[in-house]
Design a protein around this ligand. Structure first.
Ligand code: GRF
Length: 202
C-alpha cells in the first residue's frame, strides 16, 4: 500500500506513522509533501530516507491552482492512500473528490464535536468531561467525513490547553498508525453508508 503524507508542521504524527512501519505496519510511505519549507516533519522524513517535496501555497494564484499542482505531485507516487497529518490547508472539492475513499485526516476532537480550529480551548470552555481525537475519511464537508476511529481521554481538573494538547497528541500517535494499518491490510474502506472495517459499518 503506497502512502503519501501531507504535512505543514512538526510532523509528530508523521513520526508515529514512520515508526509503525518498523513495527510490522505493511503501509509504505513513499513521499512526504509539505506546504511550508520550514516544516520540521521534512527533517523527520529525510531522517527516515523518505523522499520529500515542498509546494508553497503562496506561490500559487488561488486554491485551485495550488491543489492542481499538489495533485500532480502526489499522483507521481501512485498512492493508494493519502494521509493528512497536520496539513493546515483546506482542500478544494475537486481535490477531495479525486482522492475519494483514499484520503484520511486526524482531527483533535471527538468528532462531530468541535470541527475547525481551537478544539482544546473549546472543549475546556464547554466543561467537557471527555476530549480526544478522531481519524476520519475526508469528504467535502470540513472535518465532517465518516469517522474511522477515535481515542477519548478524561479531562482532569487543572487541565489547560497545553496539557490537553499534549495528551491528545499521545492518543493521536496511537490511533493514526492503526488506521493506516487497517487501510493497508485492506480492512478499511469508505462505502456509501460510511466507513467500514472488516465489512462492518463503523
Ligand atoms: C495534530 O494535532 C492534528 O490533530 C492536527 O494537527 C496536529 C499536527 O501535529 N490536524 P503534528 O504536526 O503531527 O505534530
Amino acid at each position: 500500500c503506497n502512502v503519501v503524507v501531507l504535512i505543514s508542521g512538526s510532523g509528530s504524527n508523521l513520526q508515529a506513522l514512520i515508526d509503525s512501519q518498523h513495527e510490522g505496519n505493511p503501509a509504505r510511505i513513499r513521499a512526504v509533501i509539505a506546504n511550508r519549507v520550514d516544516a520540521f516533519g521534512l527533517t523527520r522524513a529525510k531522517g527516515a530516507g523518505i523522499p520529500t517535496a515542498v509546494l508553497d501555497h503562496k506561490a500559487f494564484d488561488g486554491r485551485e491552482a495550488f491543489d492542481a499542482a499538489l495533485m500532480e505531485l502526489i499522483d507521481a507516487h501512485a498512492p493508494d492512500l493519502v494521509i493528512l497529518a497536520g496539513f493546515m490547508r483546506i482542500l478544494s472539492p475537486g481535490f477531495v473528490r479525486h482522492y475519494h475513499g483514499r484520503l484520511l485526516n486526524i482531527h483533535p476532537s471527538l468528532l462531530p464535536k468541535y470541527k475547525g480550529l481551537d478544539t482544546h480551548r473549546r472543549a475546556l470552555e464547554a466543561g467537557d468531561a471527555e476530549h480526544g481525537c478522531s481519524v476520519h475519511f475526508v469528504t467535502e464537508e470540513l472535518d465532517g467525513g465518516p469517522v474511522v476511529l477515535q481515542a477519548a481521554l478524561q479531562v482532569k481538573p487543572g487541565d489547560d490547553i497545553e496539557s490537553l494538547t499534549q495528551r491528545v497528541h499521545v492518543a493521536e500517535h496511537q490511533i493514526y498508525p492503526l488506521a493506516m494499518r487497517w487501510f493497508a491490510e485492506g480492512r478499511l474502506r469508505l462505502a456509501e453508508q460510511g466507513a467500514m472495517l472488516d465489512g462492518v459499518t463503523l
